[in-house]
Design a protein around this ligand. Structure first.
Ligand code: CMX
Length: 445
């Protein structure tokens, strides 16, 4: 007899959703495969494939004006809908994972089942700690994080099952197992890197009573409300549709049927770039530079304008500003700003970040290059971390990386469920571009 929906595990629910979704993808592919959805210009071919509609995901969608929606919900709607950790302002990360995977808002009971499931998967093999310990302590924490994930590849269910032989229809199952096993471990790996690198080698063991966000705060050694900061931070950074470098890298690598460990380690390497996730580290460095130059005092608007122009004139970007898709202030920025207004309204670094928000868009507009002069997620995130004592700002992108796993791992599970193909776009040569430019375009057909 079929199990009642509320009693289904996340995995059973996911399978039900996969079975319902597969005919939609198959029909589109078979009956409407030749329907045109976009065309490509020379500028797009040279300019990083910007805006070309050639990826499919149902996990999140980024509207240039509105910002991100997770499974159809805006950030405030997402936070309002999901079951909250008792005594906390923010939802369980585990419930959010359920929501991303299935598109359904879980009940408290379903959420707690994922909390328990993740706990049963959270144990980290000793060799991972040994690998991290063998690395020089001045290694960038993103390199350590990526190496730890890659080191665990031998644990992959997907790789084992693939070697034994399984049908395409089964791929999603071991990919889901790998996704959950990895997601359950990442917070502890991140906190371990933090404690050995910056806190005199004093790792803190997990507390089995706590949820993912609470446990992360505990293992970082930081009291309340840092548990809520962790929950908010991981959810906000989880997904930003498929084309950004980390999500796209995860999708690309997994499309070769590389497992979740290979794919997510690669995604982390992309996130480590200063034009992507590393921008949060750069923002804090930039702000501290301003404070240092002014002996710790807040700049006036005029002084700040000069700092911004100096940065632009030296050929650098204003970190935390601009976006490849967004054309307004990032709602992830707004969500963190609201947290700051509630918890740290008078904090000098928050005041500086607000002042930058007032001044930088005008400077960028006058500069005339950036298509979007408004702040992105990275412009605000470091302030909160700094306030709660995480002042080692080269660690910030690891926090991003723990959150981003929620989206990437969900996406690659669905990629396998829907049988998405190995990714292989076609390249052309400069000679060809010049020929087509002279002819007014490539003759199609
Ligand atoms: N400061 C200065 N110049 C900027 C700028 C900024 N913040 N944002 C864009 N520009 C420049 C670009 O470098 C580009 O210059 P060139 O024509 O000389 O190459 C020009 O404006 C046009 O760029 P764009 O189309 O507006 O932006 P892109 O889609 O090419 O790049 C992004 C998007 C995010 C890489 C870019 O805005 C940037 O470098 N921002 C600063 C770094 C940052 O905050 N990254 C984090 C993004 C969020 C995330 O992924 O975490």
């Amino acid at each position: 007899m079929a199990k009642v929906a509320e009693k289904m595990t996340l995995k059973e629910k996911l399978f039900e959703k996969i079975q319902a979704h597969r005919p939609r993808t198959a029909k589109l592919n078979k009956e409407f495969g030749s329907v045109l959805i976009d065309q490509v210009t020379i500028a797009q071919a040279i300019g990083g494939a910007r805006g070309i509609r050639s990826l499919v995901t149902d996990i999140s969608y980024l509207d240039p004006e509105e910002g991100i929606r997770f499974r159809g919900k805006t950030i405030p709607e997402t936070f309002a809908a999901l079951p909250k950790v008792p005594g906390s302002e923010y939802p369980f990360v585990e419930g959010f994972f359920y929501f991303l995977m299935t598109g359904d808002v879980p009940t408290m009971e379903q959420t707690l089942a994922v909390v328990e499931d993740f706990k049963s998967r959270a144990q980290i093999p000793q060799y991972v700690f040994d690998v991290l310990r063998a690395m020089p302590r001045d290694t960038h924490p993103m390199t350590m994080f990526s190496a730890a994930i890659l080191a665990m590849q031998r644990e992959s269910n997907f790789a084992k099952r693939y070697a034994e032989g399984m049908t395409k229809m089964e791929y999603w199952d071991p990919m889901y197992e790998d996704a959950c096993n990895l997601m359950a471990k990442l917070p502890a790996i991140g906190a371990y890197i933090y404690r050995i690198k910056y806190k005199s080698d004093t790792p803190i063991a997990p507390d089995p009573k706590l949820d993912l966000g609470g446990n992360f705060a505990h293992m970082m050694g930081i009291g309340k409300p840092y548990d809520d900061v962790a929950r908010m931070y991981f959810i906000l950074h989880s997904d930003h549709e498929s084309g950004n470098v980390s999500a796209h890298t995860g999708h690309l690598v997994a499309s070769a049927l590389s497992d979740a460990y290979y794919a997510y380690s690669a995604a982390i390497n992309g996130l480590a770039g200063p034009l992507h996730g590393l921008a949060n580290q750069e923002v804090l460095g930039w702000c501290q530079g301003v404070f240092n130059k002014l002996g710790g005092k807040l700049p006036t608007e005029e002084e700040l304008k000069k700092f911004l122009w100096d940065t632009l004139n030296s050929g650098q970007v204003i970190p935390g500003y601009g976006h490849a898709v967004l054309r307004k202030t990032d709602p992830r920025y707004v969500s963190q700003m609201e947290f700051c207004l509630k918890h740290l309204p008078d904090y000098p670094l928050f005041k500086l970040v607000n002042l930058i928000y007032k001044v930088a868009p005008g400077v960028l507009m006058e500069h005339g290059k950036a298509k979007n002069p408004w702040p992105n997620v990275d412009a605000q995130s470091g302030v909160i971390q700094w306030y709660y004592g995480v002042v080692e700002y080269d660690f910030y992108t690891v926090l991003f990386g723990i959150g981003r796993a929620l989206g990437v791992l969900t996406n690659i599970t669905w990629d396998r469920a829907l049988g998405y193909a190995i990714e292989r776009p076609k390249s052309v040569t400069t000679d060809m571009l010049e020929k087509w430019a002279a002819e007014g375009g490539r003759k199609l057909s």
